[in-house]
Design a protein around this ligand. Structure first.
Ligand code: URC
Length: 301
């Protein structure tokens, strides 16, 4: 029986980088968690322990910090792309590089109604994600996303008419709370990395998804997810695919009848587990092949 080496990749996960732009009295902040990953001819490191082809993960970390100054983080995607291109172009055994990052948002502190120049408060909203994969021939796959986007609507959601068998006890409902902590990932088709406004795309996608969650009258979380993916692609036509993962955060009307108190969908028990986990991909028909776009590294993105 021959035992052989399978797929392998390595890099430095979770470089916590904070970049301040302080060219004017009004500073800018970008707070990210960067993971770099190299794929290529690293068989010897695994098979014989020969490190001759291995660029240390520490070097990858140093490069991530250096690029935060030289390339900057004004555009997360351009930073990730530049770093990935460097690894495939300048490090001989690398066939493919992937840079993943999470961004933690800060909001400017307001003092007496005026925005402060260099103080922020951590924003409690979603975490933005980016993953850029680059091949030795220069091909690039760019994905964006978000996670921990917690949304809830107290009406406008139904669930009934479902398949029933001898184990079904769920009561149909025409008015329930719908809540989730959304994870979304999206893939761009052909965009010019140097000029495309990824921040504007992020804002448009997020707005489209949140507005659809709120205004679309839902017959199931599945239906809402499809609509959210569809409106995101309509808002940003450069997208070719949106992947959504949504835990159905169940809220059960609490039984107050035991105390002679009526409860017309006013008091709920927010159950944390188990939860339905609904996942769907929404794509543009004839979209280009995803290639390595979804091949994960850190598991954070
Ligand atoms: O929106 C829902 N989809 C389901 O598939 C499901 N299953 C369930 O028990 N409740 C719900 N809600």
């Amino acid at each position: 029986m021959a035992i052989i080496l399978g797929d392998h990749q390595y890099g430095k996960a979770e470089n916590r980088i904070v970049r301040i732009v302080r060219d004017t009295p009004r500073h800018e902040i970008r707070d990210v968690n960067v993971s770099t990953c190299l794929r290529g001819r690293f068989d010897a490191a695994h098979l014989t322990g020969d490190q001759g082809e291995v660029l240390p993960t520490d070097t990858q970390k140093q490069t991530s910090y250096a690029y935060a100054k030289t390339v900057g983080l004004a555009s997360l995607e351009r930073y990730a792309h530049a770093l990935a291109v460097h690894f495939v172009d300048d490090v001989e055994p690398v066939d493919q590089a992937r840079v993943e990052l999470e961004e933690f948002a800060w909001e400017r502190v307001s003092v007496g109604g005026a925005e402060h120049d260099f103080s922020w408060v951590r924003s409690g909203r979603e975490v933005r994600t980016v993953a850029v994969t680059v091949d030795a021939d220069g091909s690039a796959w760019i994905t964006g996303g978000l996670k921990d986007l917690v949304v809830l609507k107290s009406s406008g959601s139904e669930f009934h008419g479902f398949l029933e068998d001898e184990y079904t006890v769920l009561e149909p409902t025409s008015d329930r709370i719908m809540a989730t902590s959304l994870v979304a990932k999206w893939r761009f088709g052909a965009v010019d990395v140097a000029t495309f406004d990824f921040d504007a795309a992020y804002a448009a996608i997020t707005t489209a998804m949140v507005e659809t969650f709120a205004s679309f009258h839902s017959l199931a979380l599945q239906q809402t997810l499809f609509q959210m993916g569809k409106t995101a692609i309509e808002a940003v036509p450069e997208l070719v695919e949106v992947r959504l993962s949504a835990p159905n955060k169940h809220h059960f009307a609490y039984d107050l009848a035991r105390f002679g108190i009526e409860n017309h969908n006013e008091v709920f028990h927010a159950d944390d587990r188990p939860y339905g986990l609904i996942q769907a991909s929404v794509t543009v028909e004839g979209a280009p092949d995803a290639g390595p776009a979804w091949d994960q590294y850190s598991g954070l993105v």
